[in-house]
Design a protein around this ligand. Structure first.
Ligand code: B12
Length: 291
């Protein structure tokens, strides 16, 4: 049986906001037939496949899993409702240790045409923020937090590896977290999305000695260096990195952008850190990159 067909049918139906009963009425079969399609117990004939593909505005090839990416037109209202549930479902899977189910649900959503940016910010980021709340209120342990964030990183890497990047922007950028800052998922999301937009991104992650950052800048000659800080005590490390960049490269120094939760309550981030710009999100850093 075609497992991709079963999964795609289920995801597309949910994205449209149809119950199995609604959908069976639309295509003129019994509800058990739709249920059997989704369980992989039955497979529709060619006419029925065409009919289903037309309803979801996808090709038959996509429906049966012969190609991976398809533009799916999704009703925005249903889309938001479905994704609200999906983020909770993925989190529940992860908290129960069902990483494969969590991964499959996200990959189904992605494969049905939902933008990588939506998945990152409206599903994965939401899960992480909820994990933070659960940890703070003592409902989950630190290992749960680690398990969820590691699996989210795996899912991000998987999506990133199959995502097509645009190729036309020349600007290069190095991204990293400051000092001992281990919270690197936010800056990884930003880096991935800039790469998808066509920027030449070198993402370095966490715990990079300042001298090594200087070496990376010498080697890659980036126009922008983006530094992320989440915990306030790491702002000092960001300041030291920026100071070193300015001392070494002087007027040839790359543009330095800082961002991250640590700056939420600071009034004048640029005076505090000596960065050129403070950006809160992907849109703000894209504007800087386009200057
Ligand atoms: C996952 C997580 C971890 C993971 C991190 C894994 C990883 N590889 O990143 C692990 C388990 C390692 C961890 C460890 C710790 N954590 Co923690 N962690 C979190 C959690 C749950 C989610 C963080 C996250 O990934 N958010 C999702 C991302 C996408 O959001 P984001 O980081 O804000 O990034 C977005 C924007 O800020 C922005 N952005 C970020 N950087 C930049 C940079 C630029 C240039 C731009 C343009 C934009 C930008 O864009 C991003 C996308 O929208 C938060 C809870 C929360 N509410 O955030 C706590 C939280 C951040 N952790 C906290 C703490 C205290 C810790 C620990 C000290 C203790 C602990 N819980 O184990 C250690 C410290 C580790 C260290 N030395 O850094 C506190 C921080 C409190 C504070 N403000 O000081 C929080 C808020 C939890 C809490 N409620 O108390 N943590």
């Amino acid at each position: 049986m075609n497992e991709k067909f079963s999964n795609r049918l289920k995801t597309l139906r949910k994205l449209k906001g149809y119950t199995q009963k609604d959908f069976s009425d639309i295509i003129g079969v019994k509800q058990t037939t739709v249920s059997n399609y989704e369980k992989g117990l039955r497979f529709p004939d060619v006419d029925r496949l065409n009919q289903i593909a037309n309803i979801f505005n996808v090709s038959v090839d996509y429906l049966i899993g012969r190609n991976e990416v398809e533009n799916v037109i999704i009703n925005t209202d249903n889309y938001n409702i479905v994704n609200k549930e999906d983020y909770r479902t993925v989190l529940d899977f992860l908290l129960k240790g069902n990483k494969d189910e969590a991964r499959n649900l996200i990959m189904n959503i992605y494969n049905s045409g939902v933008e990588i940016e939506f998945i990152y910010f409206n599903i994965l980021e939401k899960i992480l923020k909820e994990v933070g709340r659960l940890w703070e209120s003592g409902k989950i342990d630190v290992w749960n937090e680690h398990y969820v964030s590691e699996n989210i990183l795996d899912i991000m890497r998987e999506i990133k590896s199959i995502q097509d990047n645009k190729k036309y922007k020349k600007l290069s950028l190095i991204s990293l977290t400051a000092g001992a800052e281990q919270h690197n998922i936010g800056i990884k999301m930003i880096s991935d999305l800039l790469e998808v937009e066509g920027y030449d991104v070198t993402y370095l992650g966490s715990n990079i000695p300042t001298m090594s950052i200087i070496n990376a800048i010498r080697n890659k000659n980036p126009r922008v260096v983006a530094i992320s800080v989440t915990i306030s005590s790491n702002i000092e490390s960001a300041k030291n990195i920026i100071k070193a960049i300015r001392e070494v490269f002087k007027e040839k120094a790359p543009i330095v952008v800082v961002g991250g939760m640590a700056f939420n309550n600071i009034n004048d981030v640029c005076s505090e850190t000596e960065a050129d710009f403070y950006c809160k999100d992907i849109e703000e850093i894209k504007r800087i990159c386009n200057i």
